[in-house]
Design a protein around this ligand. Structure first.
Ligand code: GTP
Ligand code: IMP
Ligand code: MG
Length: 340
């Protein structure tokens, strides 16, 4: 496996956290490194009935044997990070790149008070946008200047590259989704940085020649939080009727729900350079398949959806998620990827 980048193919919240956790148990990486913007992300992982939500620590933390690193490109809110470290009792294996830019209180205040950010864009209010702006102005402080972070400081890029040289498996975990990329989303209804696989690799410090796989995660019914166009959005009544309502991990805001968007999926897979697709929420398409862990247990409706979507996107659908629980997944990588 070598290095695998995981990114969101729609507007975020596709279930990357769950997919990363599955890959971690299956592939036993020595490092799980997070790229992406910062604590605006909220990854949810459910393991044997326990539900975890993380914003800074890589969501692969449920797998106990990997180093958990944060790449230099990520904005770090020390309060959020230290809170998660304490809650999850994970201090020993966490590393923060000493070059990460720091989110300060003033950034959070501005994110919440600026009507352009909070209302027009519908930001998460986590300070990411203002901190990214200050980073571009070169006025932010770095992780190396925050005493509380001293025990965690590392060179994430060096650690990851050395692991790859040693032939180890590494997961590079993205956050957010293609549709809210600063470059490729519908401007200005986007987040403060690109969200594609190349950006995640750069955030962590891995060059394009060293990426072995890029898994783009889609959900059967895309969702969007915050403002901005959503081509396939359905009405609230329709979503209620289908029992597919969702709420944000970070903000608790209701997520807008849409129909599967083949055009967006194909475009997003192209720009991400997808080698594989993971699809979540198959149980939302057909509740009868909830928890299925064998392809043969899928209904005709779900199989037809997968076959058609695979044709539309042009990339093998290798990971099929049939529920939020870690074990509710069908992993077809061995069958579908005939690699020497
Ligand atoms: P961001 O980094 O914030 O974009 O989040 P994310 O991609 O990690 O996704 P998030 O956890 O915010 O949202 C996905 C939601 O779907 C969570 O509540 C998961 O528990 C849930 N989920 C994941 N896979 C499945 C699935 O196959 N079926 C169902 N019903 N829910 C799922
Ligand atoms: P910001 O990243 O907080 O500035 O928010 C900008 C836009 O991106 C808003 O529409 C947010 O709702 C959206 N956004 C940011 N992070 C996430 C995420 O992790 N999941 C889904 N939407 C997000
Ligand atoms: Mg989320």
């Amino acid at each position: 496996m070598g290095s695998t980048v995981i990114v969101g193919g729609f507007f975020g919240d596709e279930g990357k956290g769950k997919i990363v956790a599955h890959l971690a148990f299956a592939d036993k990486p020595t490092i799980i490194a997070r790229g992406g913007i910062g604590p605006n992300a909220g990854h949810t992982i459910e393991v044997r009935g326990r539900k975890f939500g993380v914003r800074m620590i890589p969501s692969g933390f449920v797998y106990a044997d990997a180093r958990l690193l944060i790449g230099a490109g990520v904005l770090v809110d020390p309060l959020v990070l230290l809170g998660e470290v304490k809650l999850l009792e994970e201090a020993k294996r966490i590393g923060v790149d000493y070059r990460c830019a720091i989110i300060e209180k003033k950034h959070i205040t501005l994110d919440k008070d600026d009507p352009h950010l909070s209302r027009t864009i519908g930001s998460t209010g986590t300070g990411c946008g203002p901190a990214a702006a200050d980073r571009a102005r070169r006025t932010t402080i770095q992780a190396s200047e925050v005493p509380e972070l001293t025990p965690f400081l590392t060179d994430t890029a060096a650690e990851v590259n050395h692991a790859l040289t040693a032939g180890e498996n590494v997961i590079l975990e993205g956050s957010q989704g293609f549709g809210i990329s600063l470059y490729y989303g519908i401007f200005p209804y986007v987040t403060s940085k690109d969200t594609t696989a190349s950006q995640i690799a750069a955030d962590v410090g891995v060059g394009p020649t060293r990426i072995d796989d890029t898994i783009v995660v889609f959900k059967t019914f895309p969702t969007r939080v915050g403002a901005g166009p959503f081509a396939t959005q359905m009405s609230e009544e329709e979503a209620k009727k289908l029992h597919i309502e969702e709420f944000g991990t970070v903000t608790g805001r209701p997520r807008r729900i849409g129909w599967w968007d083949p055009k967006m999926a194909a475009y997003s897979a192209m720009i991400n350079g997808a080698t594989q697709v993971a699809i979540t929420g198959l149980d939302k398409l057909d509740p009868n398949v909830r928890g299925a862990d064998q392809f043969d247990d899928l209904s005709t409706k779900v199989r037809t959806f997968i076959r058609e979507a695979e044709e539309q996107v042009g990339v093998p659908f290798t990971l099929l998620s049939t529920g939020p629980e870690l074990a509710e997944i069908i992993d077809l990588r061995e069958e579908k990827l005939s690699r020497a």
